[in-house]
Design a protein around this ligand. Structure first.
Ligand SMILES: Cc1ncc(COP(=O)(O)O)c(C=O)c1O
Ligand SMILES: N[C@@H](CCCC[NH3+])C(=O)O
Length: 444
C-alpha cells in the first residue's frame, strides 16, 4: 500500500497516521473507524491556495463539501482560507453551524427546494449556482419576497465526455445537470436570468466529472467556457467575469493511478485561460475551482477488524471485515479500487492473494478484489487507504449497521469529530404506533 500524508510504519511494525499508532487507535475507538489526517488535509489546502490564489491573479478555491462534510472539516476549510461548495440544506446547515463565512459559500444542486433556497438567501450565501429553469423562477420569487438581489452563476453543460466512470461524468449532453450549451438552452437561460428583477448574473459554472486524470479535459473545458463567455459578450453586450470550472481532479487510489500534481493542474488552467482569452480578446475572468476528492481523498483511511475467513480451494479466499459497502459503497457503485495493509503487521511480507469482503448481506459487498497480504487471521486490523472522500459522506445504515466514528489525528493527538453510532441511534427516528405495540404485546 502506498503511504500518504503523515502515514508511516513505526518500530512495532504498525501503521501510524498523524503521529498515532493505528493499533492504539483501534484499542481506544474500536472498528470500523474512519481516520482523517489533519496535517495532510491542510497541506493539500495550502497547495491549492498557493497554486491558484497566490500564483494566479483573481482566483478562488472552494472545497466541495459533498466529499466529506462535518463541523470540524468546515472549520479547517475556513481556517485555510478556502470557500465551500454545498449542495443541500444539510450541507449548508453543517457549514452554518460551523460558522463558516457565508459569503464564501456556493450553493449547488439540480433540484434545490424552495425551503433550501430560502435558507440560503436568509443566510446570505455568496453565490447560488442556478441549474435549471424551475429553480431560476422560484429563486427570483423568493428573492423578490425577501427584497434581495441574488448573485448567481449559471451551470452549463458544455458537452465534454471526460475519461472517468460514466456514473461520475457530468459534462456530457445527456446529463441531469445544468443548461445544455451546444443546443442553445444555455443562451435561453441567460436571457431569462437577465430579465429577472432580483437575479444578478455574475458568471457561469461547469463541472465535467470526477476522478479525471487527463489535464486535456480541463484545457478543453476552459476553451469551451471562455468561448462561451466571449459569445455571450458579443451577443448580449454582457461581460461576465466569473468562471467556475468545478472540481474533478483525480487522485491516487491504487497502482496504475497516475494523477498530475496540483501545480500542474493550476498551470494547465492558467495557460489555457490565457490562450483562450487571447484568442477571443476576452478579459481574463476570475477563475474558481471546487475540488472535493483531491482535498480529502488521500487523507483518510478506514480501519477494520478481520473476522471470518473463507477459502474456496482453487477459487478464492474471502477475508471478511466488520464493515463493507455500508461505510464504503464506492467499489460496488463504481468498481473503485483500493489498497490495504494489515495495520498491526505492516512490515510483513505478503504471501497470498485474497479478496476483502464486508459483512452486508450482498455478494457485491466487496471492498477489494485480489490483494496481496500477509496471511491474515481473525483479529488482525486491516487499513484501507484513500477513503477520505465519498466514504463517510456516502455511508449508509444498510442491514442496520451503525456508521463508524471519525477520528481526526494530528501530531499524536486523536479527536473524535463524529461519534460512532450506537444501536439506539438506529432507532432514534423509529416510531411504534400504539396499534403495533398492542399487536406485539398480544403476540408474546
Ligand atoms: C458541481 C460539483 N463541483 C465539485 C465537485 C467535486 O468534484 P471532485 O470531488 O471530483 O473534485 C462535484 C462532484 O463531482 C460537483 O458535482
Ligand atoms: N461520489 C462519487 C463522485 C461524485 C461527485 C459528485 N458529483 C465518487 O465517489 O467517486
Amino acid at each position: 500500500m502506498r503511504l500518504h500524508g503523515t502515514q508511516l510504519v513505526n518500530e512495532q511494525g504498525h501503521l501510524e497516521i498523524g503521529g498515532c499508532d493505528t493499533v492504539q487507535l483501534v484499542n481506544e475507538f474500536g472498528t470500523p473507524l474512519y481516520i482523517m489526517d489533519e496535517a495532510h488535509i491542510r497541506g493539500i489546502c495550502r497547495q491549492y491556495y498557493s497554486s491558484f490564489v497566490e500564483d494566479m491573479e483573481n482566483a478562488e478555491v472552494i472545497y466541495a463539501s459533498k466529499a466529506f462534510s462535518t463541523l470540524a472539516m468546515c472549520r479547517i476549510i475556513a481556517e485555510e482560507g478556502l470557500g465551500l461548495d454545498v449542495v443541500s440544506g444539510g450541507e449548508l446547515y453543517t457549514a452554518l453551524q460551523a460558522n463558516f463565512p457565508t459569503a464564501r459559500i456556493y450553493f449547488h444542486g439540480n433540484n434545490k427546494s424552495r425551503e433550501e433556497l430560502a435558507m440560503a438567501l436568509n443566510a446570505g450565501v455568496g453565490r447560488i449556482v442556478v441549474d435549471n429553469f424551475h429553480e431560476m423562477s422560484i429563486l427570483n420569487e423568493i428573492a423578490t419576497d425577501l427584497n434581495q438581489q441574488v448573485d448567481i452563476l449559471l451551470r452549463v453543460t458544455p458537452g465534454i465526455e471526460a475519461h472517468t466512470h460514466e456514473y461520475i461524468q457530468t459534462g456530457q449532453i445527456d446529463s441531469k445537470f445544468g443548461f445544455t450549451l451546444p443546443d442553445g438552452t444555455a443562451d435561453r437561460a441567460l436571457d431569462l436570468a437577465l430579465s429577472y428583477s432580483h437575479l444578478v448574473v455574475k458568471g457561469i459554472h461547469a463541472h465535467i466529472g470526477s476522478q479525471i486524470f487527463e489535464l486535456d479535459s480541463f484545457r478543453h473545458e476552459v476553451q469551451i467556457m471562455i468561448n462561451y463567455l466571449a459569445d455571450i459578450h458579443e451577443r448580449t453586450g454582457c461581460l461576465l467575469q466569473e468562471l467556475n470550472l468545478g472540481g474533478g481532479f483525480g487522485i491516487y487510489y491504487a497502482s496504475g493511478d497516475d494523477p498530475a500534481q496540483i501545480t500542474d493542474y493550476a498551470k494547465t488552467v492558467q495557460s489555457s485561460l490565457e490562450d483562450a482569452c487571447r484568442a477571443r480578446k476576452f478579459p481574463r475572468p476570475k477563475v474558481i475551482v471546487e475540488p472535493g476528492r483531491s482535498i480529502v481523498g488521500t487523507a483518510g483511511i478506514t480501519l477494520y477488524t478481520v473476522g471470518s475467513i473463507k477459502e474456496i480451494p482453487e477459487v478464492r479466499k474471502y477475508v471478511a471485515v466488520d464493515g463493507g459497502m455500508a461505510d464504503n459503497p464506492r467499489p460496488a457503485l463504481y468498481q473503485a479500487r483500493y489498497e490495504a495493509v494489515l495495520a498491526n503487521r505492516a512490515n510483513e511480507e505478503t504471501v497470498e492473494s485474497v479478496s476483502i469482503t464486508g459483512k452486508c448481506c450482498e455478494s457485491g459487498d466487496m471492498l477489494i478484489w485480489d490483494i496481496d497480504l500477509p496471511k491474515a487471521i481473525s483479529g488482525d486490523i486491516l487499513a484501507v487507504s484513500c477513503t477520505g472522500a465519498y466514504n463517510y459522506s456516502m455511508s449508509s445504515n444498510y442491514n442496520r449497521l451503525t456508521r463508524p466514528g471519525v477520528v481526526l489525528v494530528k501530531d499524536g493527538h486523536a479527536d473524535v469529530i463524529v461519534k460512532r453510532e450506537t444501536h439506539s441511534d438506529l432507532l432514534r427516528n423509529d416510531i411504534l404506533p400504539a396499534r403495533l405495540k398492542f399487536l406485539q404485546m398480544a403476540s408474546r
